[in-house]
Design a protein around this ligand. Structure first.
Ligand code: AR6
Length: 187
């Protein structure tokens, strides 16, 4: 069966950035990132989807790890998922912008990318962290996500491909606009 993926491929510093619309649990990369909570307890949104699709082994590992502060990341295996690992990171709850939300969101992306580099992973896929239940405005969150990713690719560690997986068409379109803008700013 041929599965059609809606997406656009960008190149930066000889590395690939794919922006796609779809379900992150289906993406075949070395690690997918989960938008988790500090207790790593599972929940709704992308967190629920990852645990459902990956099976109970992921939650067992999360229980052993015990938790993860906002802005940091931890790694587990990926159970039945196509990916090899799940990197669980915790984005901030949006409180209007005055509570260091952008620094914490940037840190969540950077921590995930650092962990991928430490493990010598070649590909990673991100959902749009904090922009669901946690309420972070997508236009601002996209800039943070893309900025942290471009910075990481400039650093030239192991990653060869970063994929942004957006669930809704409108989030996907927002990312495409931001991506074009930010690549133009850096060219
Ligand atoms: N693939 C890709 N993106 C998805 C998927 C999927 N299968 N499912 C949802 N999204 P959210 P947060 C999108 O709420 O805001 C959980 O309960 C979704 O449309 O999952 O960081 C955790 O346990 C949205 O754009 O994460 C935490 O308690 C984006 O993923 C809390 O929610 C993020 O939405 C974290 O909230």
């Amino acid at each position: 069966m041929v599965v059609e993926v809606i997406g656009v491929r960008f190149e930066y510093k000889g590395r690939v950035i794919d922006v796609i619309q779809g379900d992150i649990t289906k993406v075949e990369v070395d690690a997918i990132v989960n938008a988790a909570n500090e207790g790593l307890r599972g929940g709704g949104g992308v967190d629920g989807a990852i645990h459902r699709a990956g099976g109970p082994g992921i939650m067992e590992e999360c229980r052993k790890i015990g938790g993860c502060p906002t802005g940091l990341a931890v790694i587990t295996t990926a159970g039945r998922l196509a990916a090899k690992h799940v990197i669980h990171t915790v984005g901030p709850v949006w409180q209007g912008g005055g509570k260091q939300e952008s620094d914490l969101l940037k840190s969540a992306y950077e921590s995930s990318l650092r962990l991928a580099g430490d493990k010598k992973l070649k590909s990673i896929a991100f959902p749009s962290i904090s922009t669901g239940v946690y309420g972070y405005p997508i236009e601002h969150a996209a800039r943070v996500a893309i900025g942290a990713s471009l910075d990481n690719l400039e650093g030239g560690r192991s990653l060869e491909k970063i994929v942004f997986v957006l669930f809704s068409k409108s989030d996907y379109n927002t990312y495409l606009v931001r991506m074009e803008e930010m690549l133009a700013e850096r060219s």
